[in-house]
Design a protein around this ligand. Structure first.
Ligand SMILES: Cc1ncc(COP(=O)(O)O)c(C=O)c1O
Length: 507
């Protein structure tokens, strides 16, 4: 029996970690003397029930989709079915390592492959990789592919990326990280893309245009085909920000709209716990002419098992395919965020070929809630505008919508932020606030398809109740949350980046 198996003196017990090393024993060749502990750290000691109570208490101080309605526009916070958690914890998925040989991970590879195929089909793209682990990382990776495409064509002079002024901040940030100059174009009066502004902005230096459809105002860009024609005629590429994919699946797709590259936010469209920057998955899809630049590797399959009989039993052999020399390289250390991919796969599998029902219900819920909010009693109706412009649009919105609380501010000084904070007292997450910036006193609301009519009715009623409240109550909210109104300017100027607790330098 080797030392490895008799570490704790219990033969056959398997491998265990050694006891914490103290004093001289710890010094080993790699630990510098000054870093060796002379005593155990003063970690709190607690029994198991105490520990459970502590974390349960902490979780109760937090707000999440499981504790209340979460109408955070653009962020698509939908219910995460518990079945997905069971699936992702199956040993064949949960207990494998990215470096395991392909014959041991055929099941996971098959899931990756199917997810790629499904995304390609739904988006009208030719090749998909699941590697990026956030929407923003997907944006960066896809814009890098576009950059390499121009480089391969001897068109390095294309150094500008066009974004509309309603774009999510990650769009210009990602393009800028690739070294591009950003050209921002204003929206038209109805909040949609201004084609004249686009015509004026494109030129021989245009590398790409980045846009989401529907836009962050929840409006479908009805002139998108003309926009893609204008950009393509100038030699530029069209990039689709798929954060709002929830609104259009099965109805139309970016491929049909003329886009060349897309990112998807699996953690939004296909449900997945997220927030605070992760954990996410931001796969990208591209048309054939960009495929050779994608990050490696991509899950692939061969049609027959002639050369290896150990496949998953569906008559295919799944493997990691290297993209080749023109690839932009890896954007993540392994193959993507496997847990997020499996949850998303489980989510879409429940819908199967009915996936478009998801988008239909998301759009229905959004229009219903907008209608109920915009038709309050005479007292509150003066406080809100449906945006982008007063009295408009008469047409439908998509999966999310924006309101302007400017009229309320003019009436009694109460701002959009005050109302958002007051909603916390009523047990709701605040809607997205002050984004897109082109809407004054903006609240951006996205109910998603997983909320019932009862929840939406209650939210609208509470929203109206807040508008009728005494301004003092609203401007000092929240009153019932563990943390009350914070002075955000003070907090931004006096950053506390370290916990003030018992940590000292000597620890
Ligand atoms: C429209 C839009 N684009 C891109 C992103 C970036 O996605 P991620 O947060 O996954 O990086 C977001 C995120 O909220 C978004 O709403």
């Amino acid at each position: 029996m080797s030392d490895l198996f008799s570490f704790n003196g219990a033969e056959g017990a398997g491998w265990s970690q050694p006891e914490p090393m103290l004093g001289d024993d710890a010094a080993g060749p790699t630990v510098p003397e000054g870093l060796v502990r002379s005593r155990l750290p003063e970690w709190p000691r607690a029994s198991e029930p105490e520990l459970v109570r502590h974390y349960t208490w902490l979780s109760n101080r937090n707000f999440g989709i499981d504790t209340g309605f979460y109408p955070l526009g653009s962020c698509t916070m939908k219910h995460n079915p518990r079945l997905n958690e069971r699936i992702v914890q199956l040993p064949g998925i949960d207990r494998i390592h990215p470096l395991q040989p392909e014959h041991q991970i055929q099941g996971l590879l098959a899931i990756f492959y199917e997810m790629q195929e499904m995304l390609a089909t739904c988006s009208g793209m030719d090749v998909v990789t699941l590697q990026p682990v956030a929407g923003a990382q997907g944006e960066f990776a896809a814009i890098r592919c576009i950059q390499e495409f121009h480089h391969a064509n001897g068109e390095d002079h294309r150094d500008k990326v066009i974004v509309p002024d309603s774009a999510h901040g990650t769009n210009p940030a990602s393009a800028s990280m690739c070294g591009y100059e950003i050209i921002e174009i204003p929206s038209a009066d109805d909040g949609r893309l201004d084609l004249d502004a686009l015509r004026a902005a494109v030129g021989e230096d245009t590398a790409a245009m980045m846009i989401t459809n529907p836009s962050t105002l929840g409006l479908f860009e009805i002139e998108i085909l003309e926009a893609t024609r204008i950009v393509h005629d100038s030699g530029g590429q069209m990039y689709y920000d798929g954060a709002n994919f929830n609104a259009i699946i099965g109805k139309t797709d970016p491929g049909r709209m003329g886009f060349d590259a897309v990112h998807y936010n699996l953690h939004k469209t296909f449900a997945q716990p997220h927030g605070g920057g992760g954990p996410g998955s931001g796969p990208i899809g591209v048309k054939g002419h960009l495929a050779q630049f994608l990050p490696s590797p991509i899950a692939s399959r061969r049609e027959s098992l002639d050369d290896d009989p150990r496949g998953v039993g569906d008559g295919h052999w799944y493997y990691w395919r290297d993209v080749g020399e023109s690839s932009i390289g890896k954007v993540q250390q392994w193959h993507g965020n496997a847990g997020a991919v499996v949850r998303a796969w489980a989510f879409y599998r429940r819908y199967g070929s009915d996936l478009e029902r998801m988008s239909e219900h998301a759009v229905l819920n959004s229009n219903y809630l907008r209608y109920v909010i915009m038709n309050p009693g005479p007292k509150t109706s003066k406080a809100i505008h449906a945006m982008p412009v007063e009295g408009a649009p008469a047409d439908l919105v998509m999966h999310e919508f924006t309101l302007s609380l400017s009229p309320l501010k003019e009436l009694n000084g109460v701002t959009g932020k005050d109302v958002a904070k007051r909603l916390l007292d009523y047990g709701y997450m605040s809607p997205t606030l002050y984004f897109p910036q082109i809407v004054p006193e903006c609240l951006m609301i996205e109910p998603t398809e997983t909320e019932s009519k009862e929840v939406l009715d209650r939210f609208a009623a509470d929203f109206h109740a807040i508008l009728s409240e005494d301004p003092e109550t609203i401007t000092t909210a929240p009153h019932t949350t563990p943390v009350k109104r914070v002075d955000e300017v003070w907090a931004a100027r006096n950053l506390v980046l370290r916990h003030p607790g018992r940590l000292t330098d000597s620890n």
